[in-house]
Design a protein around this ligand. Structure first.
Ligand code: 3H9
Length: 700
């Protein structure tokens, strides 16, 4: 176990500097180093105060997440460290240099004073990992800020900027100057006052004020149904904060926290959420893509297409401070697109989430280009026109003549052949896919699509750009639909088949909603508009797909979805709430009978398997083919791009949790019953099931 805390005597203070790069989690070496450092300072009569800070970019990022669920770790436990700090007769000053999250803030809350650099965020984000602050955070924060503010901070898990932390009373001082020197000066002041200590556990005023306020907790619990539906940890957080207010004393509250923390720790949601935390970071690491590859320095971007996607992508660049030119071959469309962008920003300003000044500077970064020829000087161009391969090829052959040498040429296609697009240029090595999800300025996911000839520089640049734009980027191979859309086809098809076989849209949607998605496939179809697909099919001269028959019939009857209040459901007035409609159900039953289906009833379990297992089987095929690099990449795509519940961990993690033997048995049964290609078991799934392994075991 490596010592990860440096000890230095500076005047009458001991300076303890945590050094566990890059973000100083509380690994065993840090815990032991803190314990030893504080013990040494306490034993030294010349030391009158202790200053604690972090080297690197964080103060402390929290407990070491990789240790959860692992074998028992060495050295002092976090509780031993915190008890020693809190009982220290010499004052301890946290000099918060950077991120202080989770256990990191809890360490600071055991110090007597906290000063923070103005750029340092603090917070208790454990809920995002299916946990709760388990080192006294649920007991100390309410004593400092009151129960309502503590609920807001801990249940949301959101970062709190230093200035706000000062206003809330979490930190005592915010400094613009060197944090270590400021911490030492602060310590001198405290020493000059006789080194008084100040323990949060002894503060009672705030929690006294909340005693008996049952309404606060009842309201908060009701709110969780909206903000944290289906999640375990938030309920436990409320229990702990209620104990902070109502338990007999601090130690009794701590006992409740310990119990609730351990229940969260052993809950499957915790494992799933931590899986996603590491999967999102692993997705960014591309085997064979060396750090030495020189990337394109992106200062300026260009976008072709000012529709919903192009506009959203332009906003992503402007939000990241990158100048962007946007072109559309329809001048009116370009003006409309700019108006939509301005409208989007204005709504954010109206909600108080963006200042007018910030909106103005972002709008100034987005400039229209009347002609494609103006785009050539950009370091990256992203084509975002509608899905037509010939049109995209034509645009890329023109871009080839316009764009400066060494620029990245990316297509935002959601599933077309990137190699065919690249082949229309003389520089396919600079071409790749950058598939944003709609609305592009909101959705976190970016699929970076590797063409056969895409160079490491092009791919590395696209991945790095994704990070700059605040996206979670996943590399996908060039196959129809890439990762996400290739898989979703199986899900939608099965849902549409089941309503022919006897299920109702409301039953299927409820199963999917209860599973944790925001809405089921039919509520979603109504929202998008049934007429879009219907018109497209008509233009192609109709479709032979049996699953098109119901939406076609609904459209023939003038039921286009939410837009005219009738679709698979009916909608009252301007409400978006889907109401099951016997008339639509009758239409469905009639189409199905005309097609010769014997309608049957479905259990919720069967519906869930029919919807989710195609994702698993196709996901396994993507892994087999190498079009997805890791099972965790697929899960990352699904939680960030398709609203799959994070606390289930993504489709591949979900399958692992069911047991791959069980999953395979169901897939095999569906295949035997239907012979449908989607159910032909993937060879990888068969191998893993036979070996008793999981998809996660492939990722190491
Ligand atoms: C907790 O504290 C429980 C306690 O209440 C009670 C205990 C009893 N541990 O994100 P990045 C790694 S729960 C281990 O790319 P950024 C990360 O995997 C914890 N490793 O950088 C990555 O590794 P790699 C509560 C961690 O600058 C590298 O550091 N705390 C941890 O974009 C860089 O990370 C949290 O939930 C960790 N705690 O963002 C905070 N944190 O390079 C979780 C990071 O090998 N962390 N790593 O891929 C974060 O939110 C972000 O990582 C942070 C930095 C904002 C800190």
């Amino acid at each position: 176990m490596k010592g990860q805390v440096h000890y230095e005597k500076r005047g009458a203070s001991a300076l303890l500097s945590i050094d566990n790069p890059p973000v100083n989690p509380l690994s065993s070496g840090v815990r032991q180093g803190l314990f030893d450092g504080v013990a040494r300072a306490l034993a030294d009569n010349e030391v009158k105060a202790i200053v604690l800070t972090g080297l690197n970019r964080a103060f402390i990022a929290g407990a070491d997440i990789s240790e959860f669920g692992a074998a028992a770790t060495q050295g002092a436990s976090l509780n031993e460290v915190l008890e020693q700090m809190e009982s220290s007769p010499k004052p301890i000053i946290a000099a918060i240099n950077g991120t202080a999250f989770g256990g990191g803030l809890e360490v600071a809350l055991c110090c007597d004073y906290r000063i923070a650099s103005s750029t340092a965020p603090v917070g208790l984000p454990e809920v995002k990992l299916g946990l709760l602050p388990g080192a006294g955070g649920t007991q100390r924060l309410p004593r400092l800020v009151g129960a309502a503010a503590a609920i807001q901070a801990i249940v949301s898990g959101n970062p709190i900027v230093a200035g706000k932390a000062l206003d809330m009373g979490i930190v005592d001082k915010v400094v613009e100057t060197d944090i270590v020197e400021s911490g030492l000066e602060f310590a001198e002041e405290i020493i000059s006052k006789g080194s008084p200590t100040r323990k949060i556990r002894d503060l009672v005023d705030k929690i006294q004020a909340d005693k008996g306020n049952t309404e606060l907790f009842e309201l908060a619990a009701t709110g969780l149904d909206k903000t944290h539906r289906g999640q375990f940890a938030p309920q436990q957080i409320l229990k702990c904060i209620e104990a902070a207010v109502n338990a007999a004393d601090f130690d009794a509250g701590m006992a409740v926290e310990r119990q609730c923390f351990s229940e969260c720790l052993s809950h499957p949601q915790r494992e799933a959420l931590i899986h996603i935390f590491f999967a999102e970071r692993a997705a960014n690491k591309i085997p064979g893509l060396s750090k030495e590859v020189p990337l394109i320095d992106v200062q300026k971007a260009s976008i072709i297409g000012a529709g919903t996607m192009g506009g959203g992508i332009a906003m992503c660049f402007a939000n990241a401070g990158i100048a962007v030119l946007i072109h559309d071959n329809d001048p009116d469309g370009l003006q409309r697109g700019l108006k939509v962008i301005a409208g989007n920003y204005a709504r954010t300003v109206a909600k108080g989430r963006l200042s007018q000044q910030e909106m103005d500077s972002r709008m100034a970064l987005i400039q229209p280009a009347a002609s494609m020829d103006e785009l050539g000087d950009a370091d990256v161009v992203i084509e975002a026109v509608y899905e037509n391969l010939d049109l995209k090829k034509e645009i890329f052959s023109k871009l080839d003549t316009i764009m400066k040498p060494g620029a990245l040429l990316a297509t935002n296609t959601s599933g077309l052949d990137v190699d065919a697009i690249a082949a229309s240029t003389s520089r396919p090595e600079f071409v790749c896919g950058m598939h944003f999800f709609s609305p592009a300025n909101v959705m976190k996911l970016l699929e970076v699509v590797k063409g056969e000839k895409s160079s490491p520089a092009a791919l590395g640049t696209a991945m790095a750009l994704g990070k700059r734009l605040g996206k979670v980027s996943v590399m996908a191979g060039n196959c129809p639909g890439f990762i996400g859309n290739r898989m979703i086809g199986g899900y939608s098809y099965q849902a549409n088949l089941m309503i022919l076989e006897g299920a109702t849209p409301a039953q299927i949607d409820k199963v999917i909603y209860d599973f944790g998605l925001a809405m089921g496939p039919f509520a979603m179809a109504d929202m998008v508009g049934l007429d879009l697909g219907w018109r497209a099919r008509k233009m192609r001269g109709g479709s032979n797909e049996v699953t098109s028959r119901i939406p076609d019939e609904l459209c023939e009857l003038g039921r286009y979805g939410q837009k005219n209040g009738l679709g698979y459901y009916r909608y009252e007035d301007a409400s978006r709430l889907p109401i099951a409609d016997p008339i639509a159900d009758e239409v469905i039953a009639k189409v199905s009978e005309n097609l010769g289906y014997q309608r049957k009833s479905f259990s919720d379990e069967e519906i869930l398997k029919r919807c989710i297992y195609p994702l698993v089987n196709i996901g396994a095929k993507l892994l087999e083919e190498g079009h997805a690099l890791r099972a965790g990449d697929i899960d990352t795509v699904y939680v960030n791009g398709y609203g799959f519940p994070t606390y289930v961990g993504g489709p591949m993690w979900f399958a692992d949790a069911q047991g791959l033997g069980e999953v395979l048995a169901d897939i095999q049964r569906f295949f035997d019953e239907t012979g449908a290609d989607v159910w032909k078991p993937s060879a990888l799934l068969e191998r893993l099931a036979a070996e008793g392994k999981t998809f996660a075991s492939l990722d190491g």
